[in-house]
Design a protein around this ligand. Structure first.
Ligand code: SF4
Ligand code: SF4
Length: 165
């Protein structure tokens, strides 16, 4: 059998003609393409002054909801954390004390509730799993931060503002 090296084709480079050697036509062609883009509608927008409209099923930052009386709906059942494929949710449950009926809807509530936004893939499974309609991904885009710890969102960022605010 003939060795592979004998089957290789020898490539011969075609010599450049006069116009190719002075490069001017190629430069003029490149510039004409650049110039043609000046007269097209720009596809970029001036973010953050200008914002694109989100689609109806856009999933943004999570918010922990209150009921019609302003009480936190979350009962720290853990179903959202269990359904989260990114293991982004963690919480510590606590028992409601006497006198806290106007703060928490049920006897159990989340004393600590955290979402790691660097892990979250905004799949919406936590929202679907919640039996109390307590969590929705109806917020804005998660803003950029410099430190990893600033992407751990606690109740201060997640629970929606009380009714009288
Ligand atoms: S949106 Fe998905 S990834 Fe993000 S916290 Fe909810 S279940 Fe986890
Ligand atoms: S947000 Fe919903 S699913 Fe998650 S712990 Fe609270 S009540 Fe349970």
């Amino acid at each position: 059998m003939e060795p592979l090296s004998n089957k290789r084709k020898v490539l011969v480079q075609k010599p450049l003609n006069f116009w190719e050697r002075i490069y001017l036509p190629a430069i003029a062609k490149g510039l004409s393409i650049t110039m043609s883009h000046f007269f097209r509608k720009p596809v970029t927008i001036q973010y953050p002054e200008q914002k694109r409209e989100f689609s109806e099923n856009f999933r943004g930052m999570h918010s922990l909801k209150r009921d019609e009386e302003g009480r936190e709906r979350c009962t720290a059942c853990g179903l959202c954390a269990l359904s989260c494929p990114a293991e982004a949710i963690s919480m510590i449950a606590a028992e409601r004390k006497k006198g806290e009926e106007n703060l928490y809807r049920e006897e159990k509530y989340a004393a600590v509730y955290e979402i790691n936004m660097l892990r979250c893939i905004f799949c919406g499974l936590c929202e679907e799993a919640c039996p109390k309609e307590a969590i929705y991904l109806d917020g804005d885009i998660v803003p950029a931060e410099y430190l990893r710890k600033d992407f751990i969102y606690g109740k201060d960022k997640l629970v929606e503002a009380p009714l009288n605010q």
